[in-house]
Design a protein around this ligand. Structure first.
Ligand SMILES: NC(=O)c1ccc[n+]([C@@H]2O[C@H](COP(=O)([O-])OP(=O)(O)OC[C@H]3O[C@@H](n4cnc5c(N)ncnc54)[C@H](O)[C@@H]3O)[C@@H](O)[C@H]2O)c1
Length: 319
């Protein structure tokens, strides 16, 4: 079986490829443009781990480059495509909105159309909890009305809409995965936990928005990877579906930071105002993912956090 994973040097892509290359009779092809949105050193470290395995082959290019992507699809007959390459991050979408359109809209359209033309059996792609925007009733269910608040979330909603039409019009089987604040080892330095610990390590000031009064449905990376594996190797995807991957346990940002203070130490903090483009609370319903995959035991935040802190103590100085 041949699987293409885009964004393979990224946080989730790295962990997914690491889990897939352990399996027999599977070849993994990874694409990433190794951009400088955050530490290239971290991306290179992840990649060098993956390259130790012979069943992994890496291609460095941009998914918005149709010609390069088309030539890869025609050279290798992929069975499954997992598109995780994206310009991530809500705050950066204020600074550089066009990049979200280039990668998340144009790049994704390339993936979608080539998946149709080359008759890919199943396409999985990253959506986001941020498509829900500000909601009143929690936990949010997949069928809720969406209300994106920023260019990033809008790009993900757009992906879902295109995939739905491609499924109806061309029979392309696909699944949009709405990840909810994934955390863990090898995580993203632009996201809360590692950003906070990096501030402490590098003695820089950590900007805390809204006094940490946001809530996030933190979901541990190992759980996400088990679930993705179950989805990839199941017969669940028959048309286009969207699915929440979340622990269904929202926690206040300030509470998480207090835990990190005890386990890792506290950086200097600068209080800043709430950003209107950020949603106050994410809290997803995970009944659908539990019932279709049978995965039920989400990792407790204390366990996940200890694993992340231990990794950070060893590795943050390197990135
Ligand atoms: N981590 C989370 O909590 C979370 C939450 C919601 C959604 N998501 C989505 O899941 C996916 C993976 O997230 P992640 O946390 O691993 O992010 P990440 O930024 O660590 O990984 C994305 C990777 O894609 C690569 N990339 C970006 N633009 C590219 C392009 N044009 N061509 C080729 N490669 C490109 C980057 O270099 C990076 O290595 C993204 O689509 C993200 O929007 C993540």
């Amino acid at each position: 079986m041949k699987i293409l994973v885009t964004g393979c040097a990224g946080f989730i892509g790295f962990h997914l490829v690491k889990s897939l290359i352990k399996k027999k009779n599977i070849k993994i092809y990874g694409v990433d443009n190794m951009n400088s949105y955050y530490s290239i050193k971290l991306k290179k470290l992840r990649l060098s781990e993956l390259k130790k395995n012979k069943s992994f082959k890496f291609y460095k290019f941009n998914i918005s480059d149709f010609k390069k992507l088309e030539s890869l699809f025609s050279k290798i007959k992929f069975d499954i495509v997992v598109n995780l390459a994206a310009q991530a991050g809500v705050r950066y979408s204020i600074i550089n909105p066009i990049e979200y359109m280039r990668t998340n809209i144009l790049g994704f359209s390339n993936i979608l159309d080539l998946s149709r033309r080359f008759r890919i059996k199943k396409l999985f792609y990253a959506s986001s909890s941020s498509v829900y925007g500000e909601q009143k009733k929690f936990p949010v269910k997949e069928e809720n009305e969406l209300s994106p608040k920023n260019v990033y979330s809008l790009s993900k909603k757009n992906n879902e809409e295109f995939a739905e039409i491609y499924s109806k019009q061309y029979g392309l089987k696909s699944m949009g995965i709405r990840f909810f604040t994934v955390y863990g080892e090898w995580g993203r330095p632009d996201m809360l936990m590692i950003k906070y610990m990096l501030s402490k390590t590098k003695k820089t000031i950590f900007k805390l928005n809204n006094k940490g009064n946001h809530y996030r449905d933190f979901t541990y990376i190992d759980d996400v990877i088990i679930i993705l594996n179950k989805l990839i190797f199941s017969k669940i995807v028959k048309k286009h579906e969207v699915i929440n991957i979340c622990s269904n346990k929202p926690l206040k940002v300030s509470a998480i930071l207090s835990k990190i203070d005890k386990l890792f130490g506290r950086p200097k903090i600068l209080q800043t105002n709430r950003l209107s483009i950020e949603t106050l609370k994410t809290h997803g319903d995970n009944n659908k993912i539990k019932s279709i995959t049978g995965f039920k035991n989400f990792t407790d935040i204390n366990t996940g956090l200890i694993n992340l802190v231990n990794w950070s103590k060893k590795n943050l100085k390197k990135i």
